[in-house]
Design a protein around this ligand. Structure first.
Ligand code: KG4
Ligand code: ZN
Length: 351
């Protein structure tokens, strides 16, 4: 008989609910994005985010159960993102999950949002085998992790433990896309729009800095890029037509190249053959293709979740939820949201 897990995600500006069955089969996955709400302010306004999550979450749970033609009582477990993220936003999903867990008598598992981005690959047909390297690139994070099996050989599935080996010293890659896009007058969060405008552009047209690219550490720096784009726009104005495509392609290359270079080098350093790319910026086709080719040239293989599971969603929380649940992870009802929760193994929240 199938087992079902209900997953909730409210860490930032997406309210999302999913039902994931038997470990990795997505039965229903709904995402309500608040982008229109925040676009007016050029970034996420935490208080508005919390209020909108509160208004949306229960109707979205109902809709998701209805789409799956299932009831709350049929769920085996309830999972929710407990951190990192905006504390007020996290609390809405987590407290709702507690209520649903209490009402149904099912266990609760609190999930780390970053580990959920990594676990999104479990929703695909194939995923990397431990030990592997993961590059997480999102609006708030740009981090390289070494992922190992923490199951100790128990059970029929791996349980990942995650160790940070490097990451950005300042802006995240998604932030670099979004801040550059804003300087070009594109609405928040402009990463995707900038990516689309880059089509047909010359990536070498505008020389832009590639922070830390030639340094040996597995770290990144993107804040200099933002300044360079600002100075370019102040000097020459926001270009149009082909010149705009050229500038966008140049910005994209200045973000993608250091990500690819450092990831390839980190894979070499760890001696791993399989690499995972995940998080919202992994929806970027140029990053996916360039990294795939660079790794393949050395006999390494890249795994990337489909774009809908790269950007924030609850199905990935379901995938991480299954991994934690099957590993015996259960969270207490006094589990608190942890806005700064760093990923790593079992985590302090599981008893
Ligand atoms: O993982 P995510 O949905 O939310 C966070 O947890 O941060 O990532 C959102 C980020 C935003 O910065 C957005 O601009 C970026 O992912 N993004 C993209 C693309 N699609 C989303 N950046 C570049 N190219 C894209 N196609
Ligand atoms: Zn995210």
């Amino acid at each position: 008989m199938s087992e079902h897990l209900l997953a909730l995600e409210t860490s930032c500006d997406e309210t999302a609910v999913a039902i994931v069955s038997d470990g990795g089969q997505v039965v229903a996955s709904r995402v309500h994005t608040q982008i229109d709400l925040h676009a007016l302010y050029g970034g996420v306004v935490p208080e508005l985010a919390s209020r909108d999550h509160l208004a949306r979450i229960l109707p979205l749970v109902d809709e998701t159960l209805r789409e799956a033609e299932m009831s709350l009582e049929e769920m085996t477990c309830i999972a929710a993102t407990a951190g990192p993220g905006l504390v007020g936003a996290l609390l809405v999903g987590l407290q709702t999950a507690k209520g649903l867990a209490l009402a149904s008598g099912r266990p609760l598992v609190g999930i780390n949002h970053l580990e959920a981005h990594l676990a999104a690959i479990l929703l695909e047909d194939e995923w990397p085998t431990t030990p592997f390297l993961a590059l997480l690139v999102s609006g708030g994070h740009t981090t390289l992790y070494e992922v190992q099996d923490a199951s100790g050989g128990e059970g029929d599935r791996e349980r990942w433990s995650v160790r940070r080996i490097g990451g950005t010293r300042d802006d995240a890659a998604g932030e670099a896309f979004d801040k550059s896009a804003r300087l070009l007058g594109l609405p928040y969060p402009g990463g995707r729009a900038l990516d689309q405008l880059a089509a047909g552009g010359d990536p070498e047209a505008v020389p832009l800095p590639r922070g830390m690219m030639h340094r040996p550490e597995p770290d990144f720096s993107f804040s200099g890029l933002k300044t360079a784009v600002r100075l370019h726009v102040e000097r020459e104005g926001v270009p149009e037509g082909q010149a705009l495509a050229d500038l966008c392609a140049s910005i994209r290359a200045a973000i993608v190249e250091p990500l690819v270079k450092k990831t390839v080098r980190a894979a070499e350093g760890l001696g791993v053959n399989e690499v995972l790319l995940c998080g919202g910026v992994a929806a970027n086709g140029t990053l996916r293709q360039t990294l795939e080719q660079a790794l393949a040239a050395e006999g390494r293989r890249l795994f990337v979740p489909r774009p809908a599971y790269c950007t924030d969603n609850a199905a990935m929380v379901g995938a991480a939820g299954w991994m934690a649940f099957r590993g015996g992870g259960r969270s207490p009802m006094n589990l608190n949201a942890d806005p700064g929760w760093k990923p790593g193994g079992v985590g302090p929240h599981h008893v």
